[in-house]
Design a protein around this ligand. Sequence first.
Ligand code: HAM
Length: 442
Amino acid sequence: MPKFIKRQKNNTTRKEKKEKKILFQSPKGMHDILPQEQLYWDEIKKVSCQVADFYNFSRIDTPILEAAEIFERGVGESTEIIEKQMYIIRTKGGNRLALRPEGTAPIIRSYLQHGLGKLGQPLKLYYNSPMFRYERPQAGRYRQFHQIGFEIIGGSDDPIFDAQIVLIIYRLIQDLKIKNLTIQINSIGCKGCRLIYRKKLQNYYNKLTQKKICVDCQRRLSANPLRLLDCKNKDCVLIKEQAPIILDNLCNFCNNHFKVVLEFIDEVKLPYRLNHFLVRGLDYYNRTVFEIFTEGVDTALASGGRYDSLAEMLGGRKVAAVGGGVGVERLVELMKFNRAGNLLIKNKPKAFLIHIGEQAKKQSLVLIEEFRKSGIKIIESLGKDSLRSQLRAADKEKADLALILGQKEAFEESIIIRNMKSGNQETVPLRMVVKEAKKWIK
Ligand code: HAM
């Protein structure tokens, strides 16, 4: 499998493109979701609603724009998202708003704003929304992308919720028939043990001659030392191998919390791997952090973790919370790669209406309504008048039946039903067509 499944490019060269004089294209890193792709999006939406419904998550939608400060406080000033990736606009009234780069901080903002803590806790919320990050576009990484997120907010910080979030997200991806999934999981402890660990990490790196680590890591060393652990630079990778491990530095509470999370995950037999380099790029996390991968693809399909301090960071009280988000575009790419044919067949129409002559055309709309009432999907090409081109269209759509309403049939109030596979056909009274079509479809 390729590094990540590449978006299909058309074969036109740059020069040819210019010649075609396309004046406008979608913004870099942002994509149209074309009609032929909507099937995948519909399927993901349907399955995520089913999963949310089953596990009792309620839908929440927040505005696309939020006060930029929400993310600066929550996601963290020294993270890539805040330093480099936020789309910020200044309104005419002088407010600094950001196109949301992620969905968790806005949900906590909403939780605090609307006093959702007064509802039964923990509150289980989910969303399916576009996010925006000014990233370098590449396969599986876009500037506008969609996330389906699940958040368990309020109540206690019981490790069963960490395990349940991992399980739910795993099941969602699995229900979309994406196979060979593995979970990478780690604990980054609480404020207390993380502070001690950060110092140990800084000591370890400070003992090295600074030149050995990349420029980014030199900056991270003072600003955000945990991020040293997920640097992909070759030299930095070698250095971090010998660095102190966070799991060896957890306090008793965090250690026990993580142990129980893993026990719950063991109970439901999910495959996971401890990854002590996993620290995540958002500052609001504490304790459990995780990412889910599929074999052969090195970018995460989903990620998340516990974030008990986010509400406080946004000016509220402490609220225990854990959640995770799935990257929808990444799911779509995989689904396209794995089972393009299957989805198309599943959604193909049952019948195709062919009309010949004015009288037949006039009757078409009424006939289509009859089928709508009976729930049989029927399509047509009302703009085409020749029998040949309509039969070709019916074939292309892979409809089971063609219903042919010719001049003679329209006059005699009958219609031809033709099995598109076998070529068998029969003339039936027009008023009986829905009933007969049902029999033929069976
Ligand atoms: P995140 O890891 O930044 O976490 O994003 C979650 C998922 O969104 C990733 O695993 C990936 O599948 C997808 N994703 C991220 N960036 C891009 C991109 N540029 N293009 C395409 N897909 C992308 C969060 O955003 C957290 N809010 C997740 C969370 C929810 N944590 C707790 N609750």
